[in-house]
Design a protein around this ligand. Structure first.
Ligand code: AMP
Length: 281
């Protein structure tokens, strides 16, 4: 595995790999890597000849009151995990090189980014899409893998690739969970022991929705009520949103007659957890 810091060096290395006829797979991350990230690497490995993992805590996708400065960082550990997984290139640029002082160009999506997390994190997806577009231009992948865990992000990246003609296949990997159902996340490291014990209640509530759906319930209002009642059972949760939307357009639905995304964000203490499931009629 080689480690590259400079975006220019990464780009010339990527172009060289492509010249050699290698199919390049790419997994962008913010580090503090866990098995969820590695499941994306495994998919990239299957689809491609060579795998690039980027680790970059992107300052412009964090709001002023969010956790940019406290976000877990552990580059040595991340490199060891990537090395063990057979990653070929570990790309870890600095914020100064990614965003020179007079940086002024951004990617804005103005429909699907408005709801769900976008409604509570203004500017978040502008930051995400901007850095993903930059990383795509730097890494020049044939395939990029994103996690279903961040469903809105994955849908937006697909939309960006389509609308801005990035010649990149976007693959979406299923959510990796702990044994008790909690979706793996770098932010789980923030949870106290007591919080960690109740955190699986988020996925448990989504599973109750799925059960109601399987029993034939199709009304989004009723399915949403099932979720909220179950979330309310965990007194420590503060629900930010729980929405049922069309899985492709992310527009809210009244009846589940096409695949629908049930997505939620809850606060547990100061930690924000997100999770989702897809209902397939
Ligand atoms: P992050 O480092 O949190 O920005 O995540 C980097 C990529 O890994 C994103 O595409 C995430 O959706 C994906 N990811 C994070 N957690 C998981 C998980 N538990 N299962 C699958 N993919 C994940």
């Amino acid at each position: 595995m080689i480690r590259i810091v400079s975006p220019l060096h990464m780009q010339s290395h990527a172009l060289e790999m492509r010249r050699q006829g290698l199919k390049v797979g790419f997994v962008p991350t913010m580090g503090a890597l866990h098995q969820g990230h590695m499941s994306l690497v495994k998919i990239a490995r299957k689809l491609c000849d060579t795998v690039v993992v980027s680790v970059f805590v992107n300052p412009i996708q964090f709001g002023p009151k969010e956790d940019y400065s406290s976000y877990p960082r552990n580059q040595e550990g991340d490199m060891a995990i990537c090395e063990a997984e057979g990653v070929d290139v570990f790309f870890a640029p600095t914020a100064d090189e990614m965003y020179p002082r007079d940086y002024s160009v951004h990617v804005v999506e103005d429909r699907m980014s408005m709801g769900l997390c976008g409604a509570f994190r203004p500017g978040h997806f502008r930051g995400v899409l901007t850095v993903v577009a930059k990383l795509f231009n730097i890494v020049q992948p044939h395939v990029a893998v994103f996690g279903q865990k961040d469903a809105q992000q994955a849908r937006l990246v697909k939309r960006m690739a389509r609308d801005l003609n990035f010649p990149i296949e976007i693959a979406v990997a299923p959510t990796c969970r702990e044994a008790d159902g909690l979706a793996m996340s770098s932010r789980n490291a923030y949870l106290s022991e007591a919080e960690r014990r109740v955190a699986p209640g988020l996925y448990a509530a989504l599973k109750r929705v799925e059960e109601a759906f399987r029993r034939g319930e199709r009304s989004a209002a009723i399915l949403r009520k099932v979720a909220l009642e179950n979330l309310a059972e965990v007194r420590e949760f503060r629900v930010e949103y729980l929405e049922i939307v069309d899985d492709e357009t992310l527009e809210s639905v009244e009846t589940v007659s096409r695949p629908a995304l049930v997505a939620a964000a809850v606060y547990l203490g100061r930690t924000r957890l997100i999770d989702n499931i897809v209902l397939e009629p």
